[in-house]
Design a protein around this ligand. Structure first.
Ligand code: ADP
Length: 713
């Protein structure tokens, strides 16, 4: 469940609880009060109708009593009485339908006045009429008090009326006549009609016997004939009224329960009943609760909507934050995170943003450190084959700067001749490729390519690691050259050994003298072979770095003297004098005495070898500028200018075809040069064809001796 739903459910739940409390606790109370209020309203209405009728009756009663006290009425002078009655009937607002009349003490009507048309039209008949048998007349004439009659039909006027009568007393208090007012029931009906009743409300007036005088449902009196034909006297509420009690009661009628509020109207003893079905009262009492329920529902919906809206406002940035975290988790740091507003979420958002930024910076720093310290070249391309990174080693290797190539595509790189080598490296396709660059000098570069994957395992580019394998390739080349050369060199003496041995074995050389000669060649060749092999071994050891130099102070005087003694024998054989011209003292150099002896031996041996009989070989040495210079000088065949640059190369023999050179390996000078250079020295040759050669080499003095030499020199 997400936060929005949770908040929605929370708000809805809270409101639902509040609603339940209202429905089960507050609403019933409100409803019962509403119901009470409705009943009180109905009771008030009944009371108000009763008062109105009572006022109406009282005002007529009062009018009658006022008239009865007037001397003109008391005088029983018909003419005067008529005038007064006429005036009253035509001016008093009460008498619009009501008629007023006077009967003498015998019950004969002497005067009658009214504005009521029905009465006016039958007035002549009424005058002189005998009313002595009427209750109201009898009561006033003989009891001497005001009387309210029950409704009865006054046949003269064809009206149902109620009569209020009051006695007219003479000065001696004797009753001299009766003053009466006839009130048509229409007047009472019109009071009810003037009330604005709801459709469900009904009102009726009963007389003191329980007959209906007027009913708001007019049709009831009209359908069933005249008023009074409806007799409600056996209704419980009407019975109460008949008994002179007011109140509120319920009764069943036609399957419906009615609530009736009833009031006795004194002094006439009539009753007003205001009734309404219970269901309507109950329904009315629901109005308030329904209204409240409606408001609740509206508030419920509004609150849930507002809370959802609000929750969405809160969760939207959170959702964005979660999405962002997801992309970062997948290794994509390029997505921008927007910080909106200034609330707590905005604070968290900007904190995360700067955290990621820092993280990226740290990663970048670490990556840069690794890349910059790499001793191999590195090129990174993006998925559009644009250069995104070039490490310093690569910059150095190609003589270009990263800033001038970053963001350039391979095609763009190709346009600039200076950047073309980079383009060639960048466009290699196989995972391991070799590229030979000729500019600025020849190099063999090995390119390892691999696809760059993002955290989501998406191809985002390519990484190329470039190794300079020029030296390895050269070494490889040297090795194969060496093997080819040595096998060639070895084959020649072996060939000749086998040839001579085979001749002897096959018995093709019968005389012992020739056999001896051949065998001495075999001996010579095998010695040469052995020299060759040891030279090859020396060379191989030297080249592979296996040769160990035991450095110590060495006196070149001693080394040279030793070699001269050793080789004098060989010189003698060729009648070549080997001489040494050495100074009295020579500062020692730092070196390996045995290896240096080999150097001088080789040089002197070559000098003897390449000098004709009777010549001289001179070995000289002297200290010179922090070093010792040694020279081996001969006056032999010399070396051509063209051959001089090559004499120190492996297997090089200037006079390969000459017989005296056949014993040579072509490795002697190569080994000599290697040893001299291993001592930090240098070697060179000066030679002229047929005049002789001078091989010179210089060895640096040992540290301590260098200082001394400087002081001395
Ligand atoms: P080798 O074993 O053939 O003497 P070196 O490497 O010692 O091989 O010499 C290489 C070649 O240089 C020789 O074959 C020779 O042709 C030439 N050379 C060396 N020393 C002399 C010299 N003193 N006079 C003339 N040529 C020489």
């Amino acid at each position: 469940m997400n936060i929005v739903t949770k908040i929605g459910v929370l708000v809805a739940g809270g409101l639902a609880i509040s609603l339940l409390v209202q429905v089960f606790y507050a609403f019933p109370q409100i409803r019962s009060r509403e119901f009470e209020l409705q009943r009180v309203q109905n009771l008030t209405e009944a009371n108000s109708i009763a008062s109105e009728i009572k006022d109406f009756q009282d005002s007529i009663h009062y009018e009658l009593e006022m008239l009865a006290m007037m001397p003109e009425i008391k005088s029983m002078d018909v003419k005067q009485q008529k005038e007064i009655l006429f005036l009253t009937a035509h001016t008093s607002p009460r008498f619009d339908t009501v008629y007023i009349g006077i009967a003498d003490s015998n019950g004969r009507v002497t005067s009658l006045e009214s504005r009521n048309q029905a009465v006016i039209s039958s007035k002549s008949e009424a005058l002189g009429m005998d009313i002595s048998d009427r209750d109201y007349f009898k009561f006033c004439r003989y009891i001497g008090e005001t009387y309210y009659s029950d409704p009865f039909e006054e046949s003269v006027f064809d009206l149902i009326v109620v009569t209020i009568a009051t006695p007219i007393k003479g000065d001696d208090e004797s009753v001299v006549g009766v003053l009466f007012a006839g009130i048509p029931l229409e007047a009472v009906t019109s009071i009810i009609e003037s009330r604005h009743l709801d459709e469900t409300e009904s009102v009726y007036i009963v007389d003191r016997k329980g007959s209906v005088i007027a009913h708001s449902e007019k049709y009831l009196t009209q359908l069933l004939g005249k008023p009074l034909s409806l007799d409600y006297s056996d209704y419980t509420v009407v019975q109460d009224l008949v008994d002179g009690r007011s109140g509120v009661g319920e009764y069943e009628y036609d399957g419906e329960t009615y609530v009736a509020c009833y009031m006795v109207i004194e002094p006439s003893g009539w009753g007003v009943v205001f009734q309404e079905p219970l269901s309507v009262l109950v329904a009315k009492s629901y109005v308030m609760t329904n209204f409240l329920l409606g408001i609740n529902a509206a508030v419920f919906v509004a609150a849930v909507l507002v809370s959802l809206l609000f929750a969405r406002r809160v969760t939207n940035p959170l959702r964005k934050l979660a999405e962002y975290a997801g992309t970062v988790e997948r290794g994509d740091y390029t997505t921008e995170l927007e910080v909106k507003g200034s609330d707590e979420i905005a604070d968290v958002t900007s904190a995360i943003k700067s955290m990621v930024k820092q993280m990226v910076a740290m990663q970048e720093e670490e990556l840069a450190a690794i890349v910059n310290s790499m001793r191999d070249g590195l090129i990174v391309l993006d998925q559009n084959e644009r250069v995104t990174r070039l490490n310093p080693y690569m910059e150095q290797m190609l003589g270009v700067r990263a800033v001038e190539v970053v963001n350039k595509s391979i095609a763009e790189l190709k346009e600039d001749p200076r950047l073309r080598p980079l383009a060639r490296l960048a466009e290699t396709e196989s995972p391991d490729d070799e590229v030979v660059l000729t500019q600025p000098y020849e190099r063999v570069l090995k390119v390892h390519s691999s696809t760059l994957k993002s955290g989501a395992n998406k191809d985002v580019g390519e990484v190329k690691v470039i190794l300079d394998v020029t030296q390895e390739r050269e070494l490889d080349q040297m090795k194969s050259d060496f093997i080819a050369n040595t096998s060639h060199e070895l084959r020649t003496p072996l060939h000749s050994i086998r040839g001579f041995v085979k001749l002897i074995l096959d018995g093709k050389v019968p005389d012992t003298e020739t056999q001896r000669e051949f065998l001495s060649i075999v001996d010579e060749q095998s010695e040469h072979l052995s020299n060759l092999v040891s030279s090859i071994l020396d060379t191989a050891a030297m080249e592979s770095g296996e040769t160990v130099f035991e450095m110590q102070p060495v006196s070149m005087n001693e080394v040279i003297a030793k070699v001269v003694v050793k080789l004098r024998k060989i010189g003698d054989d060729k009648e070549i004098a080997v001489e040494a011209g050495l100074p009295g003292t020579l500062p020692p150099i730092e070196g390996d005495a045995e290896k240096l002896e080999q150097v001088i031996t080789n040089l002197v041996h070559n000098a003897i070898k390449f000098s004709p009989k009777g010549n001289k070989v001179h070995v000289a040495a002297r200290a010179e500028n922090n070093s010792v210079l040694v020279q081996v000088i001969d006056h032999g065949i010399g070396i051509s200018a063209a051959a001089i640059p090559h004499v120190f190369e492996k297997f090089f023999k200037v006079h390969g075809s000459m017989p005296w050179a056949s014993s040579g390996t072509g490795l002697g000078l190569y080994i000599v040069k290697q040893i001299v250079e291993a001592h930090g020295g240098e070697i060179w040759v000066e030679s002229k064809l047929n005049e002789g050669s001078t091989f010179s080499f210089k060895l640096p003095l040992s540290h301590g001796n260098r200082a001394k030499q400087q002081q001395g020199g």
